[in-house]
Ligand binder design. Structure first.
Ligand code: HEC
Length: 155
């Protein structure tokens, strides 16, 4: 389960809508999101933004320098752009680009590993998940672990 504290309101609202539309799949969230009206979505998204959580850690410290390199420089040999170019050098995201700073490493790893199964499930309703798709697809398991460890430690 993700940490929501400090998440960008536009991203949160877009994901709640994606659960409602079933463009993003998750049995629990598909049911929860369904009962929220647009006012509630907006209020929730704004509430979480104002929390600025300290990291809980959890990612292996030994991996974080490899993760930092991927985060800041990407993986040029695999054409993977720096995560920082979209998620911000501080990992706090902006607008439609989600915050990754302080996110739980297990969540980040699972989201990247399962991207194709969970996101962009309505081919006739393309969304921002297609921006991340090639990146999630091209990262190796070891790279995912390293970058997840790094972002989990970002304040
Ligand atoms: C070109 C811009 C771009 C780059 C570069 C990028 N991302 Fe993303 N990322 C996005 C967008 C946009 C989303 C939200 C997708 C959506 O709305 O479905 C996202 C979503 C994510 C999510 C899901 C967050 C959540 O809370 O569910 C993770 C994890 C993630 N990115 C990790 C990374 C990592 C790690 C890198 C670097 C290897 C990276 N991203 C590089 C644009 C980018």
């Amino acid at each position: 389960m993700p940490r929501l504290a400090g998440q960008q309101p536009e991203y949160l609202a877009s994901q709640l809508q994606a659960f409602i539309d079933r463009r993003r799949t998750n049995p629990v969230m598909n049911n929860v999101a369904h009962v929220l009206d647009p006012e509630m979505v907006k209020a929730l998204a704004t509430y979480f933004k104002d929390l600025n959580p300290k990291p809980l850690g959890g990612g292996a410290k030994s991996l974080s320098s490899d993760g930092q390199k991927i985060y800041e420089e990407g993986v040029p040999s695999a054409n993977i752009p720096p995560c920082a170019s979209c998620h911000g050098t501080d990992g706090k995201g902006a607008d439609a680009f989600p915050r990754l700073a302080g996110q739980l490493p297990d969540y980040v790893q699972r989201k990247l590993a399962n991207w194709d199964k969970e996101r962009g499930q309505k081919k006739d309703q393309p969304d921002n998940s297609s921006i991340m798709q090639p990146i999630a697809h091209d990262l190796t398991e070891a790279q995912v672990k390293a970058v997840a460890a790094y972002v989990s430690q970002l304040n």
